[in-house]
Design a protein around this ligand. Structure first.
Ligand SMILES: NC(=O)CCC(=O)C(=O)O
Length: 265
């Protein structure tokens, strides 16, 4: 188990409705990340990186059973001995479409699959996608981790549940557009501060129709400080995190010991 992890965020543009183009690009950017002198332990991709929000055609374009994603990413992880939080993809299962995140370890095994629980009506998700039914919790390099997808971060109850279940490191793949940059930054910092855990959030960049995605992928530490933050261009962002800080912050302000759940559920 390692307390120190080097994380790379692949803040990429996504071609709407072009899974082949997007897969090639994701692999190319991940290859770039592992070639760097400071090879990361974990690589993170954004939300719906296979299709973008091509929701009208999602049943035609989605990944049946997640097979393609599993094959491509698993092979990459084995080749480079790296963990990948594979953002999320449009996944088809039992005739329904889901917004699903897969996490892979260095051996290419799937550690968790998590389908987005809260569907975002402003982008018509509820018209085309089915809701996930369970939180996403797993262990990566021996560390308790969780995954929530984009709009999920507006639900502090979900992050709190994961924290109460032991999570110290929360991954957030996203396609979060303008004009809500201040919501994005504030909510990510709030989830980190209130749960005293690391938040690792990867947002896409680029334009899709009349929607602009602003990037600003970031890692926030358990004290609420931003460790790294992207701009609005395609980029690979990298930073080291130290999980010891979670226990240190939880020791300094013992929020979890001071909770009074009998008064508020
Ligand atoms: N893809 C999403 O879930 C977008 C969420 C979002 O933009 C928000 O404001 O919430």
């Amino acid at each position: 188990m390692s307390e120190q992890l080097r994380i790379a965020l692949v803040q990429m543009d996504i071609a709407i409705g072009e899974p082949d183009v997007n897969a090639d690009k994701a692999i190319q950017l991940m290859e770039e990340a592992v070639r760097s002198a400071d090879k990361p332990d974990v690589i993170v991709l954004p939300e719906m990186w296979n299709t973008g929000y091509a929701l009208e055609r999602i049943h035609e374009l989605g990944d049946e059973g997640g097979t393609r994603t599993r094959n491509i990413i698993s092979a990459f992880c084995r080749k480079h001995a790296v963990n990948v939080v594979a953002g999320s993809v449009a996944e088809l299962k039992d005739g329904q479409a889901f917004n699903t995140s897969y996490v892979f370890n260095r051996e290419g095994q799937v550690l968790v699959d998590y389908s987005k629980i809260h569907l975002f009506r402003l982008m018509d998700e509820e018209k085309h996608l089915a809701e996930g039914t369970k939180p996403g919790r797993f262990a990566i390099e021996g560390q308790d981790a969780g995954v929530m997808i984009c709009y999920d971060i507006r639900f502090p109850e979900l992050a709190r549940k994961l924290a109460l279940d032991g999570v110290k490191l929360l991954f957030v793949p996203a396609e979060w557009p303008n004009p809500r940059l201040h919501h994005w930054r504030t909510l990510l910092q709030a989830r980190a501060i209130e749960n005293q855990m690391y938040i690792v959030a990867c947002n896409r960049v680029g334009t899709s129709g009349d929607t602009d995605f602003f990037g600003h992928s970031m890692i926030v530490d358990p004290w609420g400080e931003i460790v790294v933050e992207g701009g609005e261009e395609e980029a690979i962002l990298q930073a080291d995190i130290d999980l010891n800080l979670v226990n240190e912050v939880r020791g300094r302000i013992p929020v979890f010991e001071d909770r009074r759940p009998s008064l508020y559920g």
